[in-house]
Design a protein around this ligand. Sequence first.
Ligand code: ZN
Length: 183
Amino acid sequence: MIDQILEYNKSFVAQRSYEKYLTDKYPDKKLAVLSCMDTRLTELLPAALGLKNGDAKIIKNAGGLVISPFDSAIRSLIVAIYELGVEEIMVVAHSNCGACHMSFSHFHEEMTRRGVTDETLDVIRKCGIDLDSWLEGFKDTPTSVRKTVETIKTHPLIPEDVVVRGFIIDSVTGALEEITEEQ
Ligand code: ZN
């Protein structure tokens, strides 16, 4: 597949197909979106939010989550705010997310089948990595969105004037539902 992509890439560049995407690194809408890597969202997410190339910093991982206060998602947001002028952040989880129902026991089975030994897992655990929770699904999507929004909002390195709001996007229709703080 990658070789086919490389082949396509040559004609993309040769035909100057990039010209309609020309922009710079600063997000015109001063917006960052933290979302899931799900393939259903690849085009649907920017289309449903009305975002074109150059509008927003889009940060993606499995689930659209902040897992810990100094993980790669937070690092990217800090770069987006301080280096690139982002003023508003949307956390956008989605319906039927694959990362919702993950369980470590399933990963364990598959890892064993692919040659990862329990000794290796033990060494990783001894290094302080809680594999079971690291690879466990978040189960309840609204609660997970609230948690990620809260971690960003209360982060000591995120300025208080940055707006942070949480949403769940419908993976089929693209409809956004805002997830507000629990009353
Ligand atoms: Zn997902």
